[in-house]
Design a protein. Structure first.
Length: 182
């Protein structure tokens, strides 16, 4: 079944004033509750990366785990977890970044990637791009190449996709929402 962006967007619920006033949160929970839609999303990503040179799939804590882990399984590739600070048990590399809500830190096990590895990074959406840029910096510190940053949703008005491209990271999103779009 080919991917249908309009059907996908119809299942993404806008939640106004969450997590703070003035923010429209894009809730992907209804998308995950539809087996057909979830299969369509996963198939679109698998089709995109099945013949790519990636050697690993990197996933952002936490909703990126839901997409990327299935894609990694389907592509038979190792899964690299980029977690919020304090969640990984072994030696980590840490990178600070700005979110739309303040400052945060992202961590990855320091032995997750090696020189020459190539990965795609998954998150549920691209807003300011802070999380994906932090993951890119962490991957590069280990000598890996970020082939692409991928998400279900892009919020282009927040500039994250542009920031990623300026950092040399191609971007792919299945859908996009304007800030005032409902």
């Amino acid at each position: 079944m080919p991917f249908d962006a309009d059907s996908c967007k119809a299942l993404i619920r806008p939640v106004e004033d969450f997590p703070k006033p003035g923010v429209v949160f894009r809730d992907i929970t209804p998308l995950f509750q539809s087996p057909r839609a979830m299969r369509s999303v996963i198939d679109a990503f698998v089709e995109r990366y099945v013949e790519s040179p990636i050697t690993h799939v990197g996933v952002m804590d936490a909703r990126g785990f839901l997409i990327g882990s299935v894609v990694a399984h389907e592509l038979n590739l190792p899964l690299i977890l980029f977690r919020k600070q304090g969640k990984l048990p072994a030696d980590v590399l840490s990178e600070g970044y700005q979110t739309e809500y303040g400052e945060a830190f992202l961590e990855v096990h320091s032995d997750s990637l090696c020189e020459g590895d190539s990965l795609v990074l998954f998150d549920d959406l691209i807003a300011t791009g802070g999380t994906l840029l932090a993951a890119t910096n962490l991957a590069r510190r280990m000598g890996a190449h970020v082939q692409e940053a991928a998400a279900i949703i892009d919020l282009p008005e927040l500039g994250g996709a542009d920031r990623l491209r300026q950092a040399g990271v191609p971007v792919f999103a299945l859908t996009a929402f304007g800030l005032t779009e409902r």
